[in-house]
Design a protein around this ligand. Sequence first.
Ligand code: ZN
Ligand code: ZN
Ligand code: ZN
Length: 375
Amino acid sequence: MTGSTPTSFTADDYRSRMERAARAAADAGLAGLLVAPGPDMVWLTGYAPTAITERLTVLVLTPDRPPVLVVPTLEAPDAAKAPGAGSLTLRDWTDGKDPYAATAALLDATGRFGISDNAWAMHLLGLQQTLPGTSYASLTDALPMLRAVKDTVELNLLAAAGEAADATYEEILKVPFAGRRESDVAGDLADLLRRFGHSQVDFTIVASGPNGANPHHEVGDRVIQRGDMVVLDFGGLKDGYGSDTSRTVHVGEPTDEERRVHDIVREAQEAGFRAVRPGVACQDVDRAARAVVNDAGYGEYFIHRTGHGIGVTTHEPPYMIEGEEQPLVPGMCFSVEPGIYLPGRFGVRIEDIVTVTEDGGRRLNDTRREMAVVD
Ligand code: ZN
Ligand code: ZN
Ligand code: ZN
């Protein structure tokens, strides 16, 4: 999942990101970073290979040397066109040569390196075999906040992705639900996301009736009935940045209990949002939302964390979860998405992307959170 390359950033933006990453690695006691194609590489260089193949491509960031992109010779012309290419040296390797030896020549033979979570195991094993004195840490474990604080351009792109998701929600309220399959409504969601500018659709959850009680239910052949609650959760990438929003609608008039459960989730979402401000720990956002659900007696049915970061991917640190003491910093962007899931019956989830401002939080999704009644 490399996504498209955002065109909104300058060569200077990429250079400063690479410098920042190398510094952060040194501060974390690492000898450097090994960045695989994927979100980290897109963010650092703007380079997204058209196809990710078994041939090794790796960005090597070390504190004391300029960045080097090790790349297969046949990919080198494309890599040279990446927006961040001006700030790095390309080192290409030809089929038949050993790419691990070429990479090892750039590394401290006894160092500990951060490596992208999505790097291929065969490449990590190849490097370890070539440099047995090295050791490796997950880049996300070592530098969880590397991409967490967004700059103004990134925030504008995330806001635009959020607006597109909101426009999608407004339109989906107009389509018929009763008598159609979940997969049909999901297809409508995907079409709408693309119509409003998404280049990549990551998920279109339509979880009707009892399926809504499974937060992982994506979409199936179930025919939506009158009387169903329907959890909608959809998002993807627009201009390289993510959207992710949930609303729960009802087909026809809801019962009092359905309204009550929906109100509790809405209040929990509001409480989570109101907890957002600089210096507050991530876990306090989770606690604020969870307290509302607990106090209403539904605590055991809120079975996931309250939120996750978003940026060049739709799920990344920081996580709004018990135990995460990372303080919020202006520019961070993440979801606030409490839910209640009643097994065999129905589920409710309400989700907005929120960004931290100097004095609080700002929602990047802002459609009505009251329960919508659809046909
Ligand atoms: Zn109902
Ligand atoms: Zn979602
Ligand atoms: Zn989410």
